[in-house]
Design a binder for this molecule. Sequence first.
Ligand SMILES: Nc1ncnc2c1ncn2[C@@H]1O[C@H](COP(=O)(O)OP(=O)(O)OP(=O)(O)O)[C@@H](O)[C@H]1O
Ligand SMILES: [Mg+2]
Length: 285
Amino acid sequence: MHAQKILNACKKNLIDLDEEIILILKAIGQNLSIIIEGESGTGKTELAKTVAAALKRPFYRVDGDENLTITQLRGWFDPALVIESGFGEDSFIPGPLTLAMLNGGLFFFNEVNRAPSESINGALSAMDSRERSIEIPQYKNIEAEYGFYTIFTLNPSEYIGTNPLPEAFFDRCIRIYLSHKTGKDAEKIVKLRTSCTDSELIQKCVLFTEKTRLNSNFERGASIRAAIQLTQLLMDGVSDDNRILLTINAVFSGKIKLQPDISRSVEECLEEIAEEVFFVNRPKN
Ligand SMILES: Nc1ncnc2c1ncn2[C@@H]1O[C@H](COP(=O)(O)OP(=O)(O)OP(=O)(O)O)[C@@H](O)[C@H]1O
Ligand SMILES: [Mg+2]
């Protein structure tokens, strides 16, 4: 498909990411691997999936965790079939990396920093723009078909407790950093995802969410996901303060984290923000 058409298809589903889409399309054209980095809810998965859908390529997704092995990525031999027919095509069960290579699709590795570095090391030759192949022990060397490309996501604030990624991994990738969308762009995202027509409500839900990220009581604020959920739950026109507070607590309490030295409860801190955003005309008690 023509690059402009792909860009237009992506733009329909992504707000304010035009430059990132163009960069990704250029990188794919040059067989470069891509890391999309950003905090939770910044649109990493949506960006990767949208580009894959616009390119109309098969999509193979893996989520990183500490038990992920290179065998799971590459594929493995079915013991019963090996006894029957030996090591070969008939007994080999391809993993997502091999499938993406054979079918010229996207290998999408979500949260790569949660996976052991040994498994990532095993995928390096596939990611390399010159090699684009992997060796399957006791079988053969798999060469990637045209159209194979790799996108990884990682959340920098989740490095603690996860594996440091090998230098060779970063060396083979270009890195695109996504930050939280704010203001009008964030409102456009919420409108796109909820189809809510009440622009005042969307504005309030976005503002509330942004305030949780800026509030000094919180070590971690909430992402656009919270603004989307809050809008979805309030778009039936609820105006009762207690119900709004209950909904705010339901949406935000599991997503935000208080600073360790704060003696107030999460509920109290959230109510304070609600007063600034939703209950501006309520008399203070
Ligand atoms: N720029 C954007 N345009 C359209 N929708 C967006 C954008 N950014 C975020 N979203 C929406 O916000 C939500 C969160 O995005 P997404 O799931 O891609 O985040 P993520 O960065 O992958 O988060 P996590 O690290 O938690 O997996 C989704 O509903 C997504 O559609
Ligand atoms: Mg994601």
